[in-house]
Design a protein around this ligand. Structure first.
Ligand SMILES: NC(=O)c1ccc[n+]([C@@H]2O[C@H](COP(=O)([O-])OP(=O)(O)OC[C@H]3O[C@@H](n4cnc5c(N)ncnc54)[C@H](O)[C@@H]3O)[C@@H](O)[C@H]2O)c1
Length: 434
């Protein structure tokens, strides 16, 4: 069974490589020729732990191919995954489907009389699968195809493990033929007793948005509880532990921080709000959490300024971490992008270090000093701000770096340091939720 994966981003490249690892011949297609040329030479466009090695292995073993010729690949395929971006539309927060529909048109033009299953892996609003079917039928009435929805739940930073050992696979498909194809694709996971849930297409599309919004809600909830902890003398870490041990709640996504970011939660929560409005069935919880989160990210800059005694003018601030979470180079909707401009408007001089995010960061952030290490960033700084909890920052010891800094202020928005130790080292230590 030949697979075409359209889009070689975080989802497409990981999914395509993992299907090759399952033993299927996979061609990963991207419209950006430079990405494809690089991939053919083993140069990976993103940072994802373990991905480079797995791409190399499967390419060498003759199962993983790269191409910028979508039509050629589609003609030879039994299954075509659409894994292109579905970013937020500035106008109203809905999902921008231009890349999905453009891919659908290209697929339609290439389809032959060979039966083909077209699968949306991208996160797409309810009803998109049916629209893709209409686009293809209109452009190529003779095409023999089925549409399937198979949303992806992997997380950047642990994407390979998440794809190879997911909690579940969700598949929206409505014909026996397409179900048989999907069963074959996910046979190895089903053999490992990983639940594969078959639903209607609309249900599958909605499961993805409902899942991400629910997780974003957990994060937003604990963030608000952390604000309350700061006022009432409770400790948010302990509250989260006590809360998460309840099996009905679970301990994941209960780490208080500067607000959720990344390429999924912000865009998917906003898109769900729009989907629900379109169907005349508003989801007010989602509307509220979008609002709370946006305000929270902005409020973090004010928190840093207050910690610096009300002014950051001409102060040198070391920022450790800018990606939206550790183990990725993804900067999309990272809290850093809300916080850094406000610090700059208020006259701060910024020295920044991130283990993997500086290449992407440099495209979005200017007039800062990029540093090669945390030590370089902290040297002579008046204050230290932690924005991402990379492991290498959690292992820093306040007593060891205090003498290289000029000031004694830490604003730890990820709670990576032990407050007692930071205070004993002489720091004015500010963290979240205690
Ligand atoms: N990033 C995640 O962690 C994650 C997790 C689950 C689901 N998703 C969803 O998966 C989808 C893809 O996300 P991503 O982060 O991988 O996006 P991405 O922006 O990293 O990658 C998209 C890729 O698609 C390519 N592309 C766009 N149009 C194309 C076309 N017509 N032909 C060929 N290539 C084309 C782009 O050049 C780009 O390389 C989104 O809908 C997203 O919401 C993402």
């Amino acid at each position: 069974m030949n697979i075409t994966m359209i889009g070689t981003g975080y989802v497409g490249l990981v999914s395509g490589t993992c299907f090759a690892e399952f033993g299927f011949p996979v061609t990963c297609v991207d419209k950006v020729k430079e990405k494809i040329d690089n991939l053919k030479q083993g140069i990976i466009p993103i940072y994802e732990p373990g991905l480079e090695e797995m791409v190399k292995k499967n390419a060498e073993e003759g199962r993983l191919f790269f191409s910028d010729d979508l039509k050629d690949s589609v003609r030879k395929s039994d299954v075509i995954f659409i894994a292109v971006g579905t970013p937020t539309r500035e106008e109203d927060g809905s999902a921008d489907l231009q890349y999905v529909y453009a891919a659908a048109k290209e697929i339609a033009e290439a389809l032959t009389d060979r039966y083909t299953v077209i699968v949306t892996k991208s996160t797409v609003p309810v009803g998109t699968g049916r629209k893709i079917a209409q686009i293809i039928k209109a452009a190529n009435p003779k095409a023999d195809f089925d549409i399937v929805s198979n949303p992806e739940f992997l997380r950047e930073g642990s994407a390979i493990k998440d794809f190879m050992r997911p909690d579940r696979v969700v598949i929206g498909c409505e014909t026996a033929r397409s179900q048989a194809v999907m069963e074959e694709l996910y046979r190895l996971l089903a053999l490992m007793d990983i639940p594969v849930v078959y639903t209607k297409i609309e249900t599958s599309e909605l499961i993805k948005y409902a899942s991400n919004t629910f997780l974003a809600m957990k994060v937003t909830f604990i963030n608000e509880i952390s604000d309350l902890c700061e006022k009432c003398g409770a400790n948010v870490r302990e509250v989260a532990k006590g809360l998460g041990l309840d099996k009905r709640i679970g301990s994941k996504f209960l780490q208080a921080g500067p607000g959720y970011g990344g390429s999924c939660f912000p865009k998917d929560t906003m898109a769900l709000v729009q989907i629900a409005k379109e169907y005349g069935s508003p989801v007010r919880l989602a509307e509220t959490l979008v609002d709370i989160n946006e305000k929270r990210k902005k409020a973090m800059a004010t928190r840093i300024i207050s910690a610096c005694k009300g002014s950051v003018k001409d102060k040198t601030i070391a920022i450790l971490g800018i990606t939206f979470k550790p183990d990725t180079d993804d900067m999309r909707a990272a809290p850093a992008l809300d916080i850094i401009p406000v610090l700059q408007e208020n006259g701060a001089k910024l020295k920044i270090y991130d283990p993997k995010g500086m290449k992407e960061g440099a495209k979005l952030i200017s007039n800062v000093t990029w540093c090669d290490s945390s030590t370089e960033a902290m040297t002579d700084a008046d204050a230290l701000v932690i924005l991402t909890e990379w492991n290498e920052f959690s292992s820093l010891k306040p007593e060891s770096f205090k003498d290289i800094m000029h000031g004694r202020i830490i604003v730890d928005l990820r709670n990576v340091f032990d407050p007692v130790r930071a205070k004993e080292a002489g720091f004015d230590y500010n963290c979240i939720g205690r």
